[in-house]
Ligand binder design. Structure first.
Ligand code: NAD
Length: 295
């Protein structure tokens, strides 16, 4: 079993670190927020005084942070303290350029590194059923796979450094667009006098079926575990969806791809975020859609 440093013990990182403890690893965690450290400690994670302290005895270092700037800054801070040969894994969702920069920092010290963003939400993090999409050299991926398996059920090697992030933003562009589509369908059903349950029963077994409908249904009732039943508490915050859609559009511009629905979805989540709803689960976008009809 490995000694693993885990930096970023938030909604996702906290339960992921807890699953590594459950799998028998020694986990040394760090976060800037006291409540996250306390929760991780209750799950058996040893808490270090700083990010640099957490990595000293670790053979694997995992980061789960909000955005690219946090990952690049934390990796730059900790890499001088990391033991020779230790494996660096970043599970955050970040831009491809920052991911490549983080890999470059690791390579300067000959540390194997993997970008391994996840899909599956906080439920997947809690139940160790996440999907990991990984980018990195074959030998780094081979070393990371057994560690990631303690936190997920599907681990896909997508290619070289940055390929995991590329897969993630493509996936989340589908998710952002599909949540708006499902929200629009329920908003239309409401106007047509069709019950939520009736639309769900039809669409969930028809060609409208998708994850946004059957796992994260944006209205209360049909899927009791969806955030709609819990006051739209995240889950996956709308601000993070806006971030992912922004990343998809930056990548589209940089690569010459044209993604009109991705661009429109970004502008819809931007308006929702700027109206002060960034902390709400991203399925709460249905309220923004209903509001458009009242304008
Ligand atoms: P979060 O805000 O709950 O957690 C991030 C944590 O990082 C916070 O606890 C914060 O205090 C900590 N942090 C920030 N800077 C730090 C630093 N310098 N040192 C130590 N800790 C620091 O976010 P989350 O929902 O856990 O998401 C984390 C990442 O996972 C994001 O990139 C997000 O896009 C991605 N993601 C989230 C979900 C989801 O459903 N929440 C799903 C897939 C991917």
């Amino acid at each position: 079993m490995a000694t693993i440093a885990f930096i970023g013990l938030g909604n996702m990182g906290g339960p992921m670190a807890a699953n590594l403890v459950k799998a028998g690893h020694k986990v040394i965690g760090f976060d800037l927020v006291q409540a996250s450290k306390d929760a991780a400690k209750a799950d058996g994670v040893a808490i270090a005084g700083s990010a640099a302290d957490s990595v000293k005895d670790a053979s694997v270092i995992i980061t789960m942070l909000p955005a690219g700037k946090h990952v690049v800054s934390v990796w730059s801070d900790i890499i001088p303290s990391v033991a020779k040969g230790a494996l660096m894994i970043d599970c955050s969702t970040i831009d491809v350029e920052s991911a490549r920069l983080a890999h470059a920092h690791a390579t300067e010290r000959s540390l194997p590194s993997v970008d391994a963003p996840v899909s599956g939400g906080t439920g997947g993090a809690k139940n160790a059923t996440l999907t990991f999409m990984a980018g990195g050299e074959d030998f780094a991926f081979a070393a990371a796979k057994p560690i990631l398996e303690a936190m997920g059920k599907k681990i896909v090697h997508c290619g070289k450094g940055g390929a995991g992030q590329a897969a993630k933003i493509c996936n989340n562009m589908i998710l952002g667009i599909s949540m708006i589509a499902v929200g629009e369908a329920f908003a239309l059903a409401e106007k047509l006098g069709l019950s939520h349950q009736a639309l769900f029963d039809v669409a969930s077994t028809s060609s409208g079926q998708c994850w946004s409908l059957t796992t994260y249904c944006p209205v209360p009732g049909p899927v009791p575990t969806s955030p709609a039943n819990n006051g739209y508490k995240p889950g996956f915050a709308a601000a993070l969806m806006y971030k992912d859609l922004r990343l998809s559009q930056e990548a589209a511009k940089g690569s010459g791809a044209v993604t009109p629905l991705g661009a429109h979805a970004e502008s819809i989540y931007e308006a929702f975020d700027h109206a002060g709803h960034g902390h709400v689960d991203f399925s709460g976008i249905i309220d923004h859609i209903r509001h458009l009809a009242r304008k």
